[in-house]
Design a protein around this ligand. Structure first.
Ligand SMILES: [Zn+2]
Length: 130
């Protein structure tokens, strides 16, 4: 008996695919998967002193074609492996999710603290006046 990857049937086409994929958030096999992860690209808008950062959310396909074009214009060769990217994206989005949750928790805790803080400070200021 070998310890092999557990396979589960795809609900769409019936082909087996690794259960690990389902754990990563995919419910169908790689052939049936049409939903590609979104990519966030940070851009710099405006000119001179009036620049600001913006973020564009686009499809992975869109991003890849833009990245290819960009590299082409820069005279570079770009090599994007979609399968690897697919895998990496899942891992990255997982760690981003964890970070976002962490940040939200921290921000929530901070704002609660700030709301109670002014009262305390006012008492302190009154004390200084005497
Ligand atoms: Zn399938």
């Amino acid at each position: 008996m070998q310890n092999t990857l557990k396979m589960i049937p795809c609900p769409k086409c019936g082909n087996d695919f690794p259960e690990k994929r389902k754990e990563l958030g995919y419910h169908v096999c790689i052939n049936c998967s049409t939903v590609k992860p979104k990519v966030g690209v940070t851009t710099v808008e405006g000119t001179g002193d009036h620049t600001y950062n913006d973020i564009i959310i686009m499809d992975q396909d869109q991003y890849v074609s833009i990245a290819r074009k960009e590299a082409e214009l820069a005279g570079k060769k770009v090599h994007i492996e979609m399968l690897d990217l697919d895998k990496d994206e899942s891992e990255i989005s997982q760690s981003i999710k964890e970070k976002v949750n962490q940040t939200l928790d921290e921000e929530l805790g901070e704002s609660e603290y700030d709301m109670f803080d002014p009262d305390k400070e006012m008492e302190g200021i009154e004390g200084i006046d005497y």
